[in-house]
Design a protein around this ligand. Structure first.
Ligand code: SAM
Length: 285
């Protein structure tokens, strides 16, 4: 990039700017992309190193908040923009991506080296977005571990359950700080989430917050803060769940069962399920 002399000085901390400077890693990301022709949404194209490779294989819509970078991208990618291989949306992606809306108006894959300060928020939005088919992102390693953990692992969390409820998450490879300018203080990792469907169920998220509130306590104790103790005990017996189980030891299936049973309401003597009543499930095509 000719017009930026010193990248480390140019980088704006408030936008989480750590530019990936290892082209081999960019290639590894491209190789890990799902094998189809769907368009790509890229969040935070930065200087365009990943964008340049993405437009060789897909049509790309890139969302960048930093006006200086938008200007730079529009200059460097003049031709692909004119040919509609690339669209640049300048502004905060979270403002563009309203709640209950899709980031693109057709099925797409999310591919990005995400700004760390909003990475979790963005992945959660993408899990809910019915047009988003998969999420391939570079994030802080701890975040990638949480989204991809399996039941029984110490880091299995509400984020892991939300991922498994709609698909499958996998930590593909670590990326050391030395691959970025300026280097971040943490190790990064590439995370791939393949979605089978989408779901936006705030009550289930709320239920998981209760279940994982004190991660090292017994799951039954956490749940007792919100639900009747007798009901929890009966359910644990019925579902053959060990009474001492800790939150990270339960499976996603168990959480779904517990949620369905514990949030059953009794209205006019008829059992209805709050979750089924309120949730908006979008079957994925
Ligand atoms: N993709 C580039 C790369 O791999 O070198 C840059 C990645 S850098 C970690 C994160 C990028 O996200 C920066 O370009 C930053 O300006 C952009 N960004 C930060 N917050 C954003 C937001 N709210 N909406 C859109 N882009 C954002």
């Amino acid at each position: 990039m000719n017009d930026i002399k010193n990248l480390a000085e140019f980088a704006d901390k408030k936008f989480g700017q750590n530019f990936l400077k290892n082209s081999a890693i960019v290639q590894q990301i491209i190789q890990a992309m799902p094998n189809d022709r769907l368009p790509v949404a890229e969040i935070g194209p930065g200087l365009g190193d990943l964008t340049k490779e993405l437009i060789n294989v897909r049509s790309v819509t890139a969302f960048e908040v930093d006006k200086r970078l938008c200007e730079h991208l529009r200059k460097s990618f003049d031709e692909p923009i004119r040919q509609k291989a690339l669209t640049i949306q300048c502004g905060d992606v979270l403002e563009h991506w309203g709640q209950n809306q899709s980031l693109l108006d057709k099925p797409y894959h999310l591919v990005a080296n995400l700004p760390y300060y909003i990475a979790t928020n963005i992945i959660l939005r993408a899990l809910k977005d019915s047009h988003c088919q998969s999420i391939l992102v570079m994030v802080q390693k701890e975040v990638a571990e949480k989204f991809s953990a399996q039941s029984g692992e110490r880091v299995f969390s509400a984020l892991s359950v939300l991922t498994q409820r709609v698909g499958y998450g996998e930590l593909l490879f670590d990326v050391g700080a030395e691959n970025f300018v300026p280097p971040p203080k943490v190790t990064s990792a590439t995370l791939l989430i393949k979605k089978q469907r989408s779901e936006d169920d705030p009550e289930f998220e709320d239920f998981l917050k209760v279940a994982f509130k004190q991660p090292r306590k017994k799951l039954s104790k956490n749940l007792a803060v919100r639900f009747e103790k007798d009901k929890i005990e009966a359910l644990f017996l019925q579902l053959d769940i060990e009474s001492n189980i800790r939150p990270h030891e339960a499976t996603t299936d168990i959480y779904c069962h517990l949620y369905n049973e514990l949030t059953k309401d009794n209205v006019n003597g008829r059992e209805i399920n709050i979750s089924r009543r309120n949730k908006s499930r979008n079957a994925q095509k």
